[in-house]
Ligand binder design. Structure first.
Ligand SMILES: [Zn+2]
Length: 439
């Protein structure tokens, strides 16, 4: 028996991210959101956040100033958007409980929420400092859930460089911790099992001297956080060295139309093929990497001329420790379901290695914006089973077997040993899935 592992979810709330920047960055790509313009979105962002400060803002949220704009947004963007906003307004422990409840019939043994660190990239900064977010998740989520939830901690090279140079963070406070220190503590002592990177914010995996000018399109990086490309490469290399030494997996956001610091920034910083510059170096060949979302966009799929999917398939063949997750693929919608299926028929023919590299991940709660988000697992498995594309064993690998290798959770692996120690130190009964993965 092998466990079922969701390698890609989120449990952040509206106060953990620079919400205004986040919502505005999505604006350009989603037709109706565009119409809402620059006035309504910032206001709505405020309203969403105020819900998390009820004492301060009873009048504000309950009042017409928020009720009407929110109703307008829901009307324009539909009930799915409303569902997602409602979740973002909750506390993180309630968001986590909602996730577990939503997928209770899917028998998921282990959830891996990916924390994100956008603070240095958007004009609006986050309210909850990163160190506090990590502490909260370590104490209120990881320990109480006793082995069902082990998140990835974020690494941000700009935060790290600001720390090393003694600069203030975007909120004007001294950067006290540094990203790499936070990562090391989270991995070694607090039950986190990997690192999340977000290249489409504004840094390439390597060779950052080629994008120094582009980074200056980002407001914070015009004056305050002007660092050289080589400095980015240096701190990223330190992270990769650490991850290899401790066998810590990395998940990098990798899709051409997600959150980005400016329109199309993903193309400047986050393309799948940029990771070749890292993985093809001897020093980094043992890095365990997951390119999230399989680089899949609605329009391009496997065949589009500019498709990243094909690039990733090529790389999966070449690099032993490279994986890709299927999070947020719109298989629940019939018209996309069929398209996915025909693309997978071709991928399995051209790149059979995919069956050992594909990772299951839903992208909850961001996927709440799609219809039928609850059926993600059922629909994905159904799609891969049709035409005998994946047999039973291959489905088991997709749902968790491949993830065990990516995560370094097989007996004797470093993450496996770290978790065993973590359970012992915190008097947690080791979860069943840990012993499931032996046979
Ligand atoms: Zn995601």
């Amino acid at each position: 028996m092998k466990p079922v592992i969701d390698v890609h979810s989120h449990i952040f709330n509206a106060k953990d991210i620079p919400l205004k920047g986040y919502l505005l960055s999505r604006k350009a790509k989603e037709g109706l959101e565009k119409i809402l313009g620059r006035v309504l979105i910032p206001w709505v962002a405020k309203c969403i956040r105020r819900k998390l400060e009820p004492k301060k803002n009873k009048m504000f949220l309950g009042g017409i100033l928020c009720r009407l704009p929110l109703q307008l947004v829901y009307k324009l963007l539909g009930k799915q958007y409303r569902h997602w906003v409602t979740t973002m307004m909750k506390e993180v422990d309630d968001i986590t409980a909602e996730m577990i409840k939503t997928y209770e019939n899917d028998e998921i043994d282990l959830y891996i929420p990916l924390m994100i660190d956008y603070e240095y990239w958007f004009k609006t900064s986050s309210d909850n400092p990163m160190k506090e977010q990590i502490d909260y998740i370590a104490d209120k989520i990881i320990i109480p859930y006793g082995g069902k939830i082990h998140p990835f901690v974020p690494f941000d090279p700009t935060r790290e460089l600001a720390f090393r140079k003694g600069l203030e963070d975007p909120q004007g406070k001294q950067e006290l911790y540094g990203s790499l220190n936070l990562v090391k503590d989270a991995i070694e002592n607090r039950g986190f099992i990997g690192v999340k990177l977000y290249n489409s914010m504004g840094y390439k995996p390597f060779n950052n001297e080629t994008v120094e000018k582009k980074r200056k399109k980002i407001a914070h990086h015009k004056k305050k956080y002007v660092f050289k490309g080589i400095e980015y490469d240096d701190v990223l290399s330190e992270l990769y060295d650490y991850c290899i030494e401790k066998n810590v997996p990395i998940t990098a956001h990798c899709v051409m139309d997600g959150i980005e610091s400016y329109n199309k920034a993903s193309w400047d910083f986050g393309r799948a093929k940029f990771w070749r510059d890292v993985l093809s170096q001897k020093q980094f060949e043992k890095l365990h990497l997951n390119l999230a979302h399989f680089g899949w966009s609605k329009k391009q799929g496997y065949y589009g001329k500019k498709s990243w999917v094909r690039e990733i398939c090529e790389m999966l063949q070449e690099f032993e420790h490279l994986y890709t997750d299927v999070s947020h693929h719109r298989v629940m919608t019939k018209k996309y379901h069929n398209r996915f299926q025909s693309d997978y028929i071709d991928i399995c023919r051209d790149y059979p290695v995919i069956k050992k590299k594909l990772l299951f991940g839903i992208d909850w709660h961001v996927i709440k914006r799609e219809k039928n988000f609850k059926n993600f697992k059922t629909e994905y498995v159904k799609m891969l089973q049709q035409n005998n594309l994946f047999n039973d064993d291959e489905i088991i690998d997709f749902l968790g077997g491949n993830a065990l290798r990516f995560l370094g959770l097989l007996p004797g692996d470093q993450n496996y040993n770290r978790l065993k120690r973590f359970y012992q130190n915190n008097k947690i009964q080791p979860p069943q899935w840990l012993s499931k993965n032996i046979g």
